[in-house]
Design a binder for this molecule. Structure first.
Ligand code: 5AD
Ligand code: SF4
Length: 485
């Protein structure tokens, strides 16, 4: 793990008995200093530092947010642990599909038991699920042992909330409906020393009819390009070679800035950062993907050969009901154009099965699309009804058996296509960023190609974080076994 402390803020120099500053991030550093006093007192009484455990549900955005939570906890003196029986446990939740919510409720039962055996233990919940009023009602009623609940918009206030919860009996809840704030320069604890996610924007304005994200993450806000560049420069100075630019719809980046800039222009600026070797981004909305972006990717030495381009459905009728604002034909044309311009690119996608009103014929169109576009990988999801979204009120919800049958059929085609696509590179030498020692065989290390394919090669931990040429010897379905050359 590796920590980024942005300003020269030295917590020792902060006057903790003064009034808290109004401006950010100074206010949060003040509360970090207060929390650290609390931690020291804990240490004095217990003869050890308090431990913390974070659990992330959901997407890369949440993973990055959790790094921010860890950064603050470590800064104030907590010690990270892999055990859920920690002094402070925080779940960063997801609510994009109902099974994510169910997993959280399931784990909470376990936490309640741990808490009974460690009365000092504190439990916190944050993230997308907390933005739903029905969830908060349920937590208040059935899970009263939770100490702290906050949402997506005020995560930057975590230090302040943590300190306030030390001082509060019972459940502290702070949920904001929306925000236009972006607070820069808080500490972050990275999971990987050599790669990092970077938020370039927050929220979403698209309101796809099935999706809860715009309601729980709020309206689209872009970060200033100079802040993004400054953050990446600091990361590179700290050993990062690969960045993943994160946003719900990166293709509409920059539109709401005082000095508007396009995503393609931002990428060109990021490309100039010396020492940075790889650039990834997620997620692209097909309706906003520009020719400029394709051109910039094509001539780039650093942008990875991978595009995640959610399809959701291959039926124009369903796409319209989903409010996706492209047709089947427009998507095909776009995918063809991308493959023509950048032949070695991998295209991956997200697909939903069982959207209200979807017929077997609609699903056939989706399956046909998978064969046509030849996705290198696809994440397939069963439609999940999200309260408050327009699709939840649609009448013709599809029966579960029909969905399951269609899902299995789609999955088989997705897997066959992906296997074929991955196998195309057998025998080639390509560059891989080595990420970790293989989990099941310690004589191997695991790397990632520019096109996001995984390769396992003989080697040891000294290779981690390095980009090395590897020979792709044997294709095993979705990954390769190879060797460094
Ligand atoms: N049901 C199923 N899948 C969904 N997704 C978003 N909302 C839902 C939902 N209600 C999927 C979409 C999106 C991905 C992140 O999650 O495919 O691209
Ligand atoms: Fe949800 Fe659509 Fe926004 Fe993606 S683009 S987060 S699917 S509303």
């Amino acid at each position: 793990m590796s920590r980024e402390m942005y300003n020269e803020t030295n917590l020792d120099k902060i006057e903790v008995n003064a009034e808290p500053p109004i401006e950010e991030p100074a206010r949060q550093y003040y509360f970090m200093a207060k929390c650290r006093e609390w931690v020291r007192e804990f240490e004095r009484i217990n003869g050890r530092r308090p431990s913390f455990f974070t659990q992330t549900f959901g997407c890369q955005m949440n993973a990055r947010d959790s790094e921010k939570l860890s950064g603050i906890l470590e800064t104030v003196g907590y010690q990270s642990t892999e055990s859920e029986q920690a002094d402070f446990v925080i779940y960063n939740t997801c609510t994009v599909r109902d099974n994510a919510n169910q997993r959280v409720y399931g784990r909470l039962g376990v936490l309640n038991r741990y808490k009974k055996s460690n009365p000092q233990m504190k439990v916190a919940l944050c993230g997308c699920m907390m933005q739903e009023p029905t969830v908060i009602e349920k937590l208040k009623k059935s899970y009263p042992f939770i100490d702290l609940i906050f949402g997506t918009h005020n995560i930057y206030k975590f230090a302040e909330l943590l300190y306030t919860s030390f001082e509060t009996e019972g459940m502290l809840i702070d949920i904001w409906e929306d925000t236009d704030r972006i607070v820069e320069d808080l500490p972050v604890e990275r999971k990987y020393p050599f790669k990092s996610g970077i938020n370039i924007m927050f929220g979403c304005n698209n309101f796809c009819s099935y999706c809860i994200v715009p309601y729980v993450r709020g309206r689209e806000r872009s970060r200033e390009p100079r802040e993004i560049i400054r953050e990446i420069e600091r990361l590179v100075a700290d050993g990062v070679v690969e960045v993943m630019l994160l946003g719900q719809n990166v293709n509409s980046y920059g539109k709401n800035l005082d000095e508007p800039i396009t995503f393609a222009q931002l990428l060109q600026e990021v490309e100039k950062i010396e020492g940075l070797q790889r650039i990834r981004f997620m997620t692209s909305h097909p309706k906003d993907l520009s020719d400029d972006l394709i051109a910039v990717m094509k001539q780039s030495k650093k942008i990875c050969r991978h595009l995640h381009l959610p399809l959701q459905s291959g039926s124009t009728r369903i796409l319209q009901q989903m409010n996706r604002r492209y047709t089947r034909e427009q998507y095909i044309e776009l995918a063809d154009r991308i493959r023509r311009e950048i032949p070695d690119i991998a295209i991956t996608t997200d697909i939903i099965v069982g959207f209200p009103g979807e017929t077997p014929e609609d699903l056939e169109e989706t399956i046909d699309m998978v064969r046509r576009v030849k996705y290198d990988n696809a994440f397939t999801f069963i439609y999940s009804k999200r309260t408050g979204t327009p699709a939840a009120a649609m009448e013709n919800q599809v029966p579960a058996e029909q969905v399951k049958e269609g899902f299995d059929r789609l999955l088989k085609v997705v897997q066959d296509t992906a296997r074929e696509q991955v196998a195309k590179y057998q025998g080639r030498v390509m560059e891989a960023l080595i990420e970790e020692v293989n989990e099941s065989d310690a004589s191997l290390v695991t790397g990632r190609l520019s096109n996001n394919t995984i390769v396992h090669v003989p080697g040891d931990a000294s290779l981690i974080g390095k980009i090395v040429p590897v020979s792709l010897d044997e294709c095993h379905g979705f990954y390769y076994i190879g060797h460094c050359v």
